[in-house]
Design a protein around this ligand. Sequence first.
Ligand SMILES: [Zn+2]
Length: 297
Amino acid sequence: MKKHILPKGALILAVVMVFALAAQAAPAAAGTAQVRLGFTALRQGRVGLVYVTGEAISDVRAVFQERVFHFYPKDGRWAGFISANFSDDVGTYPMQVWVQYTDGSAETLDQPVQVTYGEFGRSDVTLPARLYPLLEPEIEAAEMEHLFNIFERFTPERYWEDGGFIPPISGEEIGWFGTWRLFNETYWRRHTGVDVRAPIGTPVQAMASGRVILVETLAIRGNYILIDHGWGIYSGYAHLSEQLVVPGQWVRQGDVIGLTGLNGRSAGAHLHYEMAAGGAWTDPLDLIALGLGVNAP
Ligand SMILES: [Zn+2]
């Protein structure tokens, strides 16, 4: 279960509330907001929609599993998604939904969320001897830390557009999010994204608009591109033969950003793509399926 008595999420929420109070000293208006979950329970690593209805709401944020999720106005209500960390225990977790009203007042609504077993598959992977060094736990840990240092940054703007996210490539899926993988009958690893079989040189498209934040060669992911889509959502593309963008470059959904390849900890030509939301790996297929259509503000 959770290790903190006072979760970091509560602290984040407190900071958010202090800002709100500083901005407007008016007494709190009678809260009209109601929270409704678009799901009964959330599987580990999956995404769920949350709706907030009410009068004169100006902003909504949720804090769940110590991560902040922004909501947006859609079809006369506010909608947002939360995601469950695939490595957190099954159980019921508190969610705090912070609602700010147009008169400057704000309130926090508590809504418990049940997280259930992810039912992740498992597979065996055999790597050639030359790739054995890439199974060292230190290499994996260093690369994860490198990426999570970026995922912790939160861009307050939203860059993805009305259509939500699209798959970066079409083709046969050969690996899924969260799968337990046993490498060379020795090392267990979690799969952080989706694998699609693709001949070397297949164009890879940006899943949504955003700003390229990383173009590097990583030990495990090989030639890698990471895009910041704003609001804490990132998409990454691995094992590329060509990287056609540079850090800081703005891309639009569907732009070709690279070509598939075969490098890093990869035994066959494929595209590995992955997404993080609110500081945790999240199932890209879930985010695509949600169709996070947003009414232009
Ligand atoms: Zn993969």
